[in-house]
Design a protein. Structure first.
Length: 337
């Protein structure tokens, strides 16, 4: 008999690290799939590690044969900066890999006769505002507005949201007697800031990079303008949002993709907080016009009222608490040890 488990792909990344830790506390049986071995601290928290790619259909078939997967957190992806340098590889991993996992979920659901919940971390990179004036004037952006991404990563994420909606609501709709077995649920995350992992190449990582550089006593050149403003969220709130969305009854959900956010602050405001905690920090600005252009296409804030209404999303960390109670003390302690 196959064992009933939760599968987390990309478990070695920033969100995966937080999610595995969160699941470990809940003592839920999980298996993981990542191209690298997990951090030794995380390894004991999982039932089994599979090392490989989400593009490896043979490996997914092997998992299908051995385990009965009830829930999938599909985190594996090439992040925004790397995706711009290797757009074809990004499509291969981010789109084809997601399609493989959705088909895997459908086959899992068919095999044990019930829905498989599929959690997908999307991104504010799915947005593409045309200019700075629009960004200033529109205020908080809803899920169905300005969905014109300017990056390969954003295109990948938006397309996968639509593929997921297809699997959940319209899968093989012309076939007689076919019922979808995938319950797809996506969260459009803002910039995520983690205290327990180092920045991994995200276009919003300037916030994390400021703190890490200051804690190490290194100079840092922020690659965006001081007035650059986008929404952010502390990593514990991100993992909690995924867990909360996974648990809510399907009939309460009015969408398949939801905005979430915790606070919206400029690069200058973030710098001020970091300088306050590390008075000797050397944080200057060296604008990367191309990366600046990408961040300028993202909204200054998002409307997450649907998430708050449908599944009672409420972040625990506002701006002050995220930096003063989570990020700064945790990162400082890491570099002192």
């Amino acid at each position: 008999m196959r064992k009933s488990v939760t599968l987390i792909t990309g478990a070695g990344g920033e969100i995966g690290h937080a999610l595995v830790t969160r699941f470990g506390a809940a003592e839920s049986p999980i298996i993981t799939l990542d191209v690298n071995r997990l951090d030794p601290v995380l390894g004991p928290r999982v039932v089994r590690e599979f090392t490989g790619s989400v593009t490896d259909v043979g490996l997914l078939d092997r998992i299908l044969a051995e385990y009965e997967v009830d829930c999938i957190f599909h985190l594996a992806a090439l992040l925004s900066t790397r995706a711009e340098f290797t757009p074809v590889a990004a499509h291969h991993v981010n789109v084809e890999g997601t399609l493989n996992l959705l088909e895997f979920a459908e086959r899992q659901g068919e095999s044990h006769g019930r829905l498989v919940t599929f959690l997908y971390p999307s991104s504010i990179a799915t947005y593409g505002l045309p200019d700075a004036t629009t960004k200033t004037n529109v205020g908080r952006v809803r899920e169905d507005e300005y969905a014109h991404p300017t990056t390969m990563y954003g295109c990948n994420k938006l397309y996968c949201e639509e593929i997921g909606r297809y699997f959940a609501r319209h899968y093989k709709q012309l076939s007689v007697g076919v019922t979808p077995h995938v319950d797809f649920r996506a969260v459009r995350f803002p910039g995520l800031i983690s205290a327990t992992t180092t920045p991994a190449g995200g276009t919003s990582d300037y916030a994390s990079e400021m703190i890490h550089a200051a804690a190490k006593g290194e100079a840092y050149d922020c690659f965006v303008r001081p007035d650059t403003t986008i929404p952010f969220m502390a990593m514990p709130d991100a993992s909690e949002a995924l867990m909360k969305l996974a648990a809510v009854p399907r009939e309460r959900l009015t969408r398949t993709a939801y905005n979430v956010s915790a606070f919206s602050r400029s690069a200058a405001e973030i710098r001020d907080v970091v300088i306050g905690a590390f008075p000797k920090a050397r944080i200057a600005y060296k604008i990367d016009e191309k990366r600046q252009g990408i961040v300028d296409s993202w909204p200054a804030d998002v409307d997450d009222s649907a998430a708050r209404s449908d599944w009672s999303f409420t972040p625990a960390f506002d701006f002050q608490r995220a930096f003063h109670e989570y990020l700064i003390p945790t990162i400082s302690e890491y570099y002192r040890s």
